[in-house]
Design a protein around this ligand. Structure first.
Ligand SMILES: Nc1ncnc2c1ncn2[C@@H]1O[C@H](COP(=O)(O)OP(=O)(O)O)[C@@H](O)[C@H]1O
Ligand SMILES: [Mg+2]
Length: 263
């Protein structure tokens, strides 16, 4: 389909995507991916030609897979390259909801947990999305207050976050990759909590298995995994060259393209 965005109304533009009104349908919008990449609450910023294309592909593969698995998402279709058609938000819930299976990153600063510690059940964190405030973590009562509704919406986000993590953890395991942690966003559409935004290389950490048959059911799984072979945005956070970042993201896209053939 030929889509002319110069003739459409831009509703929002963030760090990695622009949102356009769909002139044919007020209930849906177009999400257009950008080549920009940021880290450190937006302080680090680059443009990587080709990133929009791989992010778009990863995003569409993952959302199509989640839809097939019965998860409530905003994703409808990929009508053109770098474009996703999604259901329009009625209300954006300004949170990033994190799930963690394996301890790494910021959580290592919070007490005695060591890198590689395996969380079972998963850890879930609700963070207020605000770069200058460094995305502070919120408690359940305040999350419900933010949404202006009862505890039902909090519970729905909690459940969808766990459901998505378990579905994707299992899918990546088929390719000998561990889903380490992940952040997702939510909104309200027709009164219901729905998974929105994007799932791309910046949304999660992915560590390949270090051996053929790792023992992933012990309290610390660091030796079973290969963090140095990471496929995710940490390579950018750690100062990797933009070509290397793009190569890793292409690696993710090659894996998620194969999700279409999973049951
Ligand atoms: N289904 C949707 N309907 C309308 N807007 C959406 C939808 N999904 C995501 N958005 C919006 O897209 C915008 C751009 O996203 P992004 O570039 O990721 O922003 P940010 O820099 O805040 O992370 C955000 O304002 C986000 O709320
Ligand atoms: Mg974003």
């Amino acid at each position: 389909m030929k889509l002319d965005f110069t003739r459409m109304t831009k509703l929002a533009e963030g760090k990695t995507k622009a949102i356009y009104a769909n002139p044919q349908d007020v209930k849906t919008v177009y999400m257009v991916f950008k080549d920009d990449i940021t880290a450190g609450d937006g302080v680090k910023h680059d443009v990587i030609p080709g990133k929009a294309q791989v992010d778009w592909q990863t995003n569409c593969d993952l959302f199509a897979y989640l839809n097939r698995k019965g998860v409530k998402t905003h994703y409808i279709d990929a009508p053109a390259e770098q474009v996703a058609l999604v259901r329009k938000l009625d209300f954006k819930i300004n949170l990033e909801v994190v799930s963690r299976r394996v301890a790494t990153g910021s959580i290592l600063h919070w007490g005695k947990v060591e890198q590689g510690f395996r969380f079972d059940p998963l850890v879930t964190q609700f963070h207020y999305k605000d770069d200058p405030l460094h995305d502070p973590m919120l408690d359940e009562g305040y999350v419900s207050y933010l949404i202006g509704k009862g505890a039902r919406e909090y519970q729905a986000m909690y459940e969808i976050n766990q459901q998505v993590f378990l579905i994707l953890e299992k899918a990546f395991s088929r390719f000998k990759i561990q889903l380490v942690d992940m952040k997702l966003e939510y909104g309200l559409i027709d009164g219901e909590v729905v998974l929105i935004d994007e799932i791309t290389g910046g949304s999660f950490r992915l560590w390949p298995y270090a051996k053929e048959n790792p023992n992933l059911h012990q309290s610390n799984v660091l030796k079973e995994l290969d963090p140095s072979g990471r496929l995710d945005k940490d390579i950018y956070r750690m100062g990797g060259a933009v070509e290397d970042v793009l190569a890793k993201f292409k690696g993710i896209a090659a894996v998620t393209a194969a999700f279409a053939s999973l049951d």
